[in-house]
Each structure stands twice: as C-alpha cells, then as structure tokens.
Ligand binder design. Structure first.
Ligand code: ADP
Ligand code: ZN
Length: 731
C-alpha cells in the first residue's frame, strides 16, 4: 500500500495538512525528519502513516503514560495494530505484550523514555526489525524548554545500542530557536528533513481580560458556554485549583481538578472524566496537559498568569485541536506577576537560564499590556512575521475594529446643518440627509438643498446616532429653546478641513449588514450549513457507542466528521467513505449505525439528497480547508482572477462551479476590488440583448431571462451582465 492509499483507507483523509507530506515522504525515503508544527497541526499522522507503509515496526517515544492507551485505542479504531508497554501494565500483561510484539503482531509500539534502556526492553529491541523511531514532544530533551525531562537524554544511547540505526523522526510544537537546535543536536538527527509550519492558529480567539473579580467573570463566561462546551481552566497553584473546583461545584458546575498533589488514581479518574466528556470542565495546574489530545476543547482560560509566553502558547494551544473555533482567555492580574517572579527566584538554575526565563516572562507581561494584535505578538515571539492587518480574532483587534472613522459622515451632517441655515432640530436634519419624502420637507423646500439625500444609504437611527454623538463631542450645539435647534460650533472647523478625524463605535453606525465582515466568520457560516438536529442525534449515538466501548467520543468520530454527515446525508458505503475522517475500518465498525440514523432523519424530514446539497458539501469542505490554512476564500478566487485566468479555468482550479466563482468576484467587488466583468463575455454584443430581455421580464429570476434569449447565451452570461450593471438581489 502506498502513502496516499493509506491516508484514505486508514485515516479517511483525501489530502495532507501543511507539512505532513514533506515529513511522510522524507521518512519513506529513509531520511531523518524534524517536524515543528503547532498543536493540532497533525503531527501524529506524520509517523503513524509511514509506520504502516514501512516494513518493520515503529517505536514511538512519548512522555505521558496516561495517554498511551488513548492513542493506541484510536489507532485500533482505525484498523492499525498498535500497543504500548508501560508501568501501568501488570507483569503478566506486560509479558503477553512482549510475546505478541516478538510475534510481529504490532506495527506501532508506544513506550515511555524511562523504559528504553531497561534490560528487558533493550533485549526485546534487539530481536525486532525497527524501521522508525518517532520521538513525540521532542522538546522535552531540551533544558531550555519548559518541559525538560532528563530521561529524554537517554534516547540517543538507546538508538546507538541498536544493531542498525533506524530512521529517527522528532516532533514538537515548540519553536524557539534554542530548543529546536538542541533537539537536532541532542537527538543526533542526521541531516533531517525539516518542516516548520506557521504557528498561527486561525481558529483560536485570543483574549486578555483585566477584571477585579475573576470568579464573577468566569461565571459569566460559563453561563454562555456551559454545559455545551468543554474547557480547561489553568491555575498557578494546587490550592487555587482545589478552591476553584469547590466554588464551581457550589454553583452546580460539574468541574474536576487536576494537580500534582493528588493521588495518581484520582488524577487519572479526573482526567478520564474530562476526556470522556463526563466532566465538562477541568481545573488544573500546569501538570495537566502535555500530550492531551482531546480535540474538542472549546476554551482554555488562564485564571492565573502562566510562567511565560512559551508556556502560555502551549497551554492555550490545547484549545481547538480539531480546527473548530475556540477561545483562549488570559486573566491578567499584577499579583500573578509577582508570584511568577518569586517562583523564578526560588528555583535553582544557571544564570543564563534564569535570564532567559525572565525575558520570556517579560514577553508575556507585555502581551497583557499591548494594544497591538495579540496573534501577531505570539507569532513574533516565535520569530514569525506579524500579520499585516487586523486579525479580527483577538481582543485588541476586535476592540479596535469596533471603532470606525466617521469623519466623512460628520462633514455631511455639518454641511447639512449649515445649508439649512441652522434653523432646525435633529428630526428635520435627519430627514433631509435621508432624503425623506415627508410633506413638511417638501413644503419647506428642503428637498432642494444640495445635502438632500446625501446619506440615504443610512437608516434614520444611524444618522440620528451620529448627529447626537457629534453633539456630545461638542461639534454641534443643541439650543435649549422650546424647539431645540442644531448649530455648529467652532470645533467643527478642523473636521471640515480634514485636520481632525472623528471615530465612533462601529456597531452603532453600520449602514446595513457590514460587508467588511472578516473572512473567518464567513467560512464559519458556511460550515454551519449542517442540520443541527441531525448533528445532535449523531452525537448522541456517538456518546452511546463511546460508553459501550469505553473509548473517548473523539476516537470514534470528530465533531467535524459528524457535521459533515449532517450536511451531506451519506446513505451508502461510497458516500459514507467520502466523509473526511472516515476510513475503511470506521465504516465497517460504525457505518451501518450512523447511516441508519441519517436515513431515518431524512425520511422523517422529507430530505431529498439533491445535487444542490452535494455542492453545499463541497463549499463546506473547501471552506474548512481554507480555514485550516487561514485563507480568505474570496481572496483566493480573486488571485486567480488577477492571474488573468478565464472563468472555466478559475472554476477548475478552485474546485467550484462557475456561478460560485462569479459570486465570489461580486463579493470582492463589493469590498472595493475592481472587476472587469466584460473579460468573461466572449461576445460583447450579448450585453445589449440581455439587458433588453431584463427590461421586459425583470431580473429577479434568471430562468425567464434565459428563456427570452437565444441558446448561445448562458446563465453565466446573464449573471455577468447583472453583476456588471449592479442589478442587485440575484444570486
Ligand atoms: P498534533 O499532534 O500536531 O497536535 P494531531 O495529530 O492530534 O495534532 O492532529 C490534529 C487533528 O488534525 C486531529 O483531529 C487529526 O485527526 C486531524 N488531522 C490530521 N491529519 C489530517 C489530515 N491530513 N486531514 C484532515 N485532518 C487531519
Ligand atoms: Zn488580532
């Protein structure tokens, strides 16, 4: 089986994520690799897939014993034979596994680094044909990193002790240069093929909040997000964890705690409750998290400030591994800084390291105070370029996006007051600007003013809001007569001349529906085209199966796969297998149960799976892919247009129908780009014909126009003319 076949058959995916192909191909060519990808980037597939294709076994070195079982369960669910050996097994269980391993039962074996150089394991390894050693969370080898594990340093000794040196692959989500170069050096990687994907996580919303009552804020937040969503709340001390769990429970919020002071059993129990969605919230110290691969964590709240930027990025990054929108909220308080500094002072370390950690902490403090884009701050920390524009998804960008320049509007209002000779109140001024057909306006002759109707695209409320704001800011004086009259003050001179600008809250002055809505929200809307009720039924079925089989829900299917089912209504094997994340084994195990729920839902609701729905799915998929890559789909289409491609070529390239492409371009035009529609008409004389037809049958529906014309004029031609002439309301 080649890599692509394995990707589809076992993992159920049609395409690689960024960076995956380089690493998979590198391994398959026998090279060492180093993968630096953010959480959720898809690192595990980079060694699991080659493990299937290569001849021998793959050993995965992973720091967390507690998670090995989940990883192995997930692989078994996909039809991949895998196992683990660690201290959680009884002696007889371990002996049995060793036997099975010797009989070549498994393709993938997970072990903790501490076990590698034990006599038993070394002996076992000598008998095996090991083709690949994958080192997960490879930054644990670095003293510079925040998760240093002395036992990781033992890995090279193990590798050197093997008869033949296997391929070595290392993976981490940490990107600081110090750490990366240490990984390469200490693991003795041989000219590794490296893939560093960007560190932006477009689906995460970053927020810093400064509140005096953190608990009240938390409760308020949970009111909107509990119990639908699962989340992690990080605290800096065990004591805070315990007390917060208690306080949440008193408010009937099902939360469990996790910290190093608990017994191993209790910790495991709480972690399982969280992973199996029995407890929606886990309150934890930083002892919780590394390697937690629960994909549907919807929020990570830092109740206290973490140690430094790097730790923050890692911890917050545990939200939204599955690519769905999730929030990362950092609660800032000055006392936390003092606490972190004290911790640093009390730790024994080299002056070099201490300095580095201070610098790293300071970066986080700056992050809390900056007015710049938080996302850009994070990216620049990791040496990436900051984003060129407003990210629209961090508290700073959202706030600044809330203010818009209303200087032009102010000038219009001022000139209207001036032309109306400062004799009228806000009601009349508003009506003049709006272009009202009101009798009074006409009898007073105000409809003849040059300012009549110059703000007709705004609602009366918005014009009034802006006018009153200008009064509040002192540009307009409202007389206190019986009929208040608007007069201009000295202050508006500078605004008139353009020297001074005026700003106001965006949501209060929007014309209609804002077209500036950022791309992230748009793709979200598209993805939300699924049937909510069906999605819930599928989730219920998944929960039931998860309990029966004692595996976490996400091991069965991710939310994204269920959403896709609830949009595509797959009714047979081929259709079911076309869902992203459904491989052959999953179909065999679960296909029938899920299809039957889908079928009966369709019957009950008279849903006929038509072509239109298939198109809908494609949109969902493309939107999701674009979203993963943080791209604006309209911009992608526009780029093709700019390349000068004909309509059909753009459609092929973007895997969308020509009519969708035209719609995209229309959106781009609305956002201020210029589109030369005529470029898509093969015969310019068509325009007159189409416009003539529109004159008689209108443009609300395309079909009558098409029927009024000769064969050679296509639907696309008609759309082009409608867009070109800005006749609205047509899709
Ligand atoms: P990491 O270990 O880098 O944090 P994971 O390996 O847990 O990331 O993968 C993150 C998510 O991406 C998982 O939900 C996984 O199923 C999904 N995923 C991985 N590879 C692909 C792919 N090629 N296409 C679509 N989804 C993928
Ligand atoms: Zn931002």
């Amino acid at each position: 089986m080649n890599a692509y076949e394995a990707l589809k058959t076992y993992f159920g995916y049609d395409a690689y994520k960024k960076g995956q192909e380089t690493l998979v191909e590198g391994i398959l060519q026998g090279k060492d690799v180093l993968g630096i990808m953010p959480t959720g980037g898809g690192k595990s597939l980079c060694y699991q897939l080659p493990a299937l294709v290569l001849n021998g076994v793959t050993i995965v070195i992973s720091p967390l014993i507690a998670l090995m079982k989940d990883q192995v369960d997930a692989l078994e669910e996909m039809g991949i034979n895998a196992t683990y050996i660690n201290s959680s097994l009884s002696e007889s269980e371990a002996a049995l596994r060793v036997q099975e391993i010797e009989n070549n039962t498994y393709k993938i074996i997970y072990v903790a680094p501490e076990r590698l150089n034990t006599i038993g394991f070394k002996e076992l390894a000598q008998h095996l044909n090991i083709s690949l050693i994958a080192v997960d969370e490879a930054h644990c080898i670095s003293q510079w990193g925040h998760d240093f594990r002395p036992s990781y340093k033992e890995i090279p000794r193990f590798i050197n002790g093997l008869k033949t040196r296997p391929i070595v692959a290392a993976f981490t989500a940490t990107a600081t240069t110090e750490v990366v170069s240490e990984i390469e050096k200490l693991l003795a990687l041989e000219q590794p093929i490296t893939a560093i994907t960007g560190f932006d996580r477009p689906n995460l919303l970053y927020k810093v909040v400064k509140v005096s009552n953190k608990f009240a804020y938390l409760l308020d937040y949970l009111q909107d997000h509990y119990p639908e969503n699962t989340g992690i709340i990080y605290c800096s001390t065990r004591k805070t964890v315990d007390s917060l769990v208690k306080k949440l429970r008193e408010k009937d919020i099902e939360a469990v705690g996790y910290h190093g002071g608990m017994t191993q059993d209790l910790r495991q129990q709480n972690q399982d409750a969280f992973i199996f969605n029995k407890a929606k919230i886990i309150v934890a110290t930083n002892a919780f998290g590394m390697g937690i691969d629960k994909p549907d964590v919807r929020f990570v709240i830092h109740y206290n400030m973490p140690q430094n930027m790097e730790a923050y990025y890692q911890e917050a990054g545990r939200a939204g591994r599955d690519g769905e929108d999730s929030a990362c909220i950092l609660m800032y308080s000055p006392s936390d800084i003092v606490k972190q500094k004290l911790i640093l002072q009390n730790e024994f370390m080299s002056p070099e390291r201490e300095q580095l950690l201070y610098k790293n902490l300071q970066y986080l403090i700056d992050y809390c105070h900056t007015n710049d884009c938080l996302r850009s701050r994070i990216l620049t920390y990791f040496g990436e370029k900051s984003l060129s524009s407003n990210c629209g998804k961090c508290s700073n960008c959202l706030e600044s996006a809330e203010m818009v320049d209303i200087t032009l509007e102010a000038q219009k209002i001022f000139s209207c007051i001036y032309r109306a000779k400062a004799r009228y109140g806000v009601a009349i001024i508003t009506q003049i600007l709006k272009g009202s057909k009101n009798k009074k306006i006409q009898t007073l002759g105000l409809d003849r003013l040059s300012t009549y109707g110059i703000m007709k695209e705004y609602s009366t409320d918005v014009i009034r809001e802006i006018t009153m704001t200008l009064a509040a800011k002192g540009y307009i004086h409202v007389t206190t007569d019986q009929f208040p009259v608007l007069k201009l003050t000295e202050r508006c001179r500078n605004v008139f001349s353009g020297e001074e600008k005026v700003y106001h809250k965006k949501n209060l002055v929007e014309k209609k529906e804002s077209l500036e809505n950022n791309s992230r929200n748009k793709s979200k809307k598209l993805i939300e085209k699924f049937e909510e009720a069906l999605f819930n039924q599928l989730k219920e079925l998944r929960m039931q199966l998860s309990q029966e089989k004692q595996v976490p829900t996400f091991v069965i299917f991710h939310d994204a796969a269920l959403k896709e089912m609830a949009a595509a209504f797959p009714q047979n094997k081929v259709e079911f297998l076309s869902i992203n994340g459904v491989g052959m084994k999953k179909y065999e195990t679960y296909g029938e149960a899920f299809i039957s729920v889908i079928k009966s839902y369709c019957e009950k609701n008279n849903i006929v799976v038509a072509e239109s729905i298939k198109e809908n799915i494609k949109e969902v998929k493309v939107a999701q892919q674009d979203k993963e890559q943080g791209l604006d789909r309209y911009v992608l289409t526009y780029n093709c247009y700019e390349e000068g491609l004909p309509l059909e070529a753009i459609s092929t390239k973007r895997e969308m129908t020509t009519s969708t492409i035209l719609q995209h371009l229309k959106k781009c035009e609305e956002k201020g780009k210029s589109i030369d529609w005529e470029r898509f008409l093969n015969d310019p004389s068509k325009e007159t014909k189409i416009l003539k037809a529109i004159e008689t049958v209108g443009f609300e529906k395309l079909k009558p126009i098409k029927e009024a014309l000769t064969e050679e004029i296509t639907y696309d031609d008609i759309r082009i003319i409608i867009y070109k002439n800005k006749l609205s309301k047509v899709n």
